[in-house]
Ligand binder design. Structure first.
Ligand SMILES: [Zn+2]
Length: 312
């Protein structure tokens, strides 16, 4: 347990409270929550009380990964008889988003990326994500050539359908020596996040503007909570291609300390993978492009990204 973690946000349903605050304040047109069967009623009641309209889509088990190769993630277990809960300011908007999700599900767990991208764009827009970030996500889904990796990283990784590696691809392709902590999307599964989407880059003005509105709302509701969350986000995170995460400390270019992100009860977290990743990182060298060199040849080596809180 890290003393510095400040429980400003109840993450018993991942991201629920920040999403809720943003929805209630009118900062988001709609939200999408992945909820377990046990949390569904409480999450729904929360939003109904502030005038939200709900639409629920039960997620099939295989959405959590390839059933023949059980996922290290606990997604399937956690969402048993649960699914995606859409909340919007009108019943039509909530239903429209749910219908898009159902379309995705009907296509099966691994639909053609080009087709999948259309619904993903529509859902992202409906949830109020910036166009640039939605487009970047769709581009990754389509496997369009990227500037630095000519598409190879995302495309090669996608051939391993059990790996939900989108965050890793983004961290590699947009790597920068100092990323803005407000856009830290790598601790999402630990419930530590401001945004509920992946930014197109680590200085995206549209995403930063949304992050600032959320921070202001958080501080309005609980003074100091925004600073507490920023402190949790301003860390160096190692992201592995298999979705594991570690928070690390460096001395020079060496990782001298590492631990898995602290996962609140109920979050969707691959805790075992996180611990193994943290252990394997201690003593590793971090190269100038963020690659974590663990003393063995790796096709998809982990990447270390330093998130820094914005200056005063
Ligand atoms: Zn963007």
């Amino acid at each position: 347990m890290r003393a510095r973690r400040r429980r400003a946000i109840d993450s018993s349903v991942p991201g629920r409270d920040l999403e809720y605050l943003a929805f209630r304040a009118g900062l988001k047109p709609a939200v999408r929550l992945t909820v377990s069967g046990a949390d569904l009623a409480a999450a729904g009641a929360h939003y109904l009380a502030v005038g939200g309209h709900l639409a629920f889509v039960e997620l099939p088990e295989e959405r959590g990964g390839n059933p023949r190769r059980p996922s290290p993630r606990v997604f399937r277990e956690r969402t048993a008889r649960g699914g995606a809960l859409f909340v919007a300011h009108s019943p039509q908007e909530a239903q429209a988003l749910a219908e898009l999700e159902r379309k995705l599900i009907r296509r099966g767990p691994h639909p053609k990326p080009s087709v999948h991208a259309e619904e993903a764009i529509a859902i992202g827009r409906g949830l109020g994500y910036p166009d640039c970030c939605v487009e970047a996500f769709a581009e990754r889904l389509r496997g369009a050539p990227s500037r630095r990796f000519r598409g190879s990283l995302g495309c090669r990784l996608r051939r391993r359908p059990t790996e939900n590696s989108d965050d890793y691809v983004v961290a590699r392709e947009n790597w920068t020596p100092r990323a803005d902590a407000r856009l830290n999307h790598l601790l999402f599964r630990a419930g530590v996040k401001l945004l509920s989407y992946t930014p197109c880059r680590y200085d995206c003005p549209a995403a930063l503007a949304q992050a600032d509105l959320l921070l202001a709302e958080l501080d309005r509701v609980e003074p100091g909570a925004g600073a507490g969350l920023l402190q949790q986000l301003a860390v160096t995170v190692v992201a592995a291609a298999d979705h594991a995460r570690a928070i690390v400390e460096l001395e020079g270019d060496r990782i001298v300390e590492a631990h898995g992100p602290e996962h609140p009860e109920g979050s969707l977290a691959p805790v075992e993978g996180d611990v193994a990743l943290a252990q394997s990182c201690v003593g590793a060298r971090v190269l100038a492009d963020g690659t974590v060199e663990r003393g063995k040849r790796e096709r998809f080596p982990p990447v270390a990204l330093r998130f820094v809180a914005p200056g005063p």
